[in-house]
Write a protein that binds this ligand. Structure first.
Ligand SMILES: CC(C)(COP(=O)(O)OP(=O)(O)OC[C@H]1O[C@@H](n2cnc3c(N)ncnc32)[C@H](O)[C@@H]1O)[C@@H](O)C(=O)NCCC(=O)NCCS
Ligand SMILES: Nc1ncnc2c1ncn2[C@@H]1O[C@H](COP(=O)(O)OP(=O)(O)OP(=O)(O)O)[C@@H](O)[C@H]1O
Length: 273
């Protein structure tokens, strides 16, 4: 079971990486707004993280407490940095997707369904207090500074609350687009823009301040209001926002992490069905 969860997590991260167009983000097309990483950096990181997602799913199944999960996360982050030469490729995913893999282990071991927001509710109930109580590993990280400076919610708050943006925004957008006939690629782009329109992404706050975050949210909103991936010119419109992000050096990394999380939950549900 833990092996299947681990494989689903890596598959979801690969699907996020392979997807394009993705505004400002690294994809097979180009490195977006990043000069320190490309597709190869992400693939090396992914390779280094294979064992982690299986291990954290197994720990979750055993009912591990948050400090135990955190130790696994810190070790994985170290392995990621060694594989990338110090570049932060998957920090948000090690944390968020790691917690969701642990929650999947806990629920599957106990015969609970993965429907609705079950995985988020489990993560919040078992580890929410621990997440908020843990001292930030790096109090001067880009994310921590954006949280303090702008009062943003950030990755920790999102996880401690049971990933509301994932379960209330990303997964419904993905499901609706698939039900309306979009292929997995278009449905994923729709889910990504739905996330970008609402997420308080500390990556964007760090790189562009409140104006940078507002720029992305408005651009994504406009794309969705015109019909999103159901608009005939959707690819050109998404590429136009991509180019505008690259000019401004903006990259919605938090939305990319949450898209991978949505693909992970969706994939697990498909296999369980
Ligand atoms: C909690 C983490 C994410 C640190 O976050 P921090 O606030 O310091 O921000 P940092 O800039 O380092 O990275 C945060 C990443 O989260 C993502 N993110 C940003 N905003 C959001 C958001 N609103 N929602 C979800 N993800 C987001 C981005 O990809 C970003 O890169 C994590 O790096 C950490 O402390 N790890 C220690 C090990 C740990 O707790 N592991 C747990 C394993 S379960
Ligand atoms: N496809 C992707 N392309 C780029 N970033 C992604 C992608 N998928 C996820 N991310 C997330 O975005 C984060 C990278 O953002 P960024 O490079 O701005 O972080 P940083 O190292 O904190 O800042 P900086 O590079 O500005 O010093 C990663 O931690 C990762 O979680």
């Amino acid at each position: 079971m833990a092996g299947a969860i681990g494989r689903a997590a890596v598959r979801a991260l690969y699907a996020e990486l392979a997807l394009h167009p993705k505004p400002g983000l690294v994809s097979p097309l180009d490195s977006g707004s990043h000069d320190d990483m490309d597709m190869g950096t992400f693939l090396r990181s992914l390779f280094a993280l294979r064992g982690y997602f299986r291990a954290i799913a197994a720990a979750g199944a055993e009912g591990a407490d948050f400090p135990t999960l955190r130790e696994l996360g810190i070790t994985a982050e170290r392995r990621m940095l060694a594989a990338t030469g110090g570049v932060n490729t998957h920090r948000g995913a090690v944390f968020g997707l790691g917690l969701l893999a642990a929650a999947a282990g806990w629920r599957m071991r106990r015969g609970r369904t993965l429907r609705g927001n079950g995985l988020g509710a489990t993560a919040a109930a078992l580890w929410g207090a621990g997440i908020l109580a843990a001292a930030p590993q790096a109090p001067d990280s880009h994310g921590a500074r954006a949280v303090t400076r702008y009062g943003a919610r950030g990755a920790r708050q999102e996880a401690a609350d049971g990933f509301p943006t994932l379960f209330e925004v990303a997964l419904p957008a993905l499901d609706r687009a698939l039900a309306a006939g979009a292929d997995p690629e278009r449905a994923s782009v729709q889910a990504l823009f739905s996330l970008m329109a609402v997420l308080e992404d500390t990556n964007l706050l760090h790189r562009g301040g409140p104006a940078g975050l507002a720029f992305i949210q408005a651009g994504a909103r406009r794309f969705l209001d015109r019909g999103g991936v159901f608009h005939a010119e959707w690819r050109d419109e998404a590429l136009a926002l991509h180019r505008a992000c690259v000019v401004r050096r903006l990259s919605p990394g938090g939305s990319a992490d949450m898209l991978a999380a949505a693909q992970f939950v969706h994939g697990l549900r498909e296999r369980a069905a």
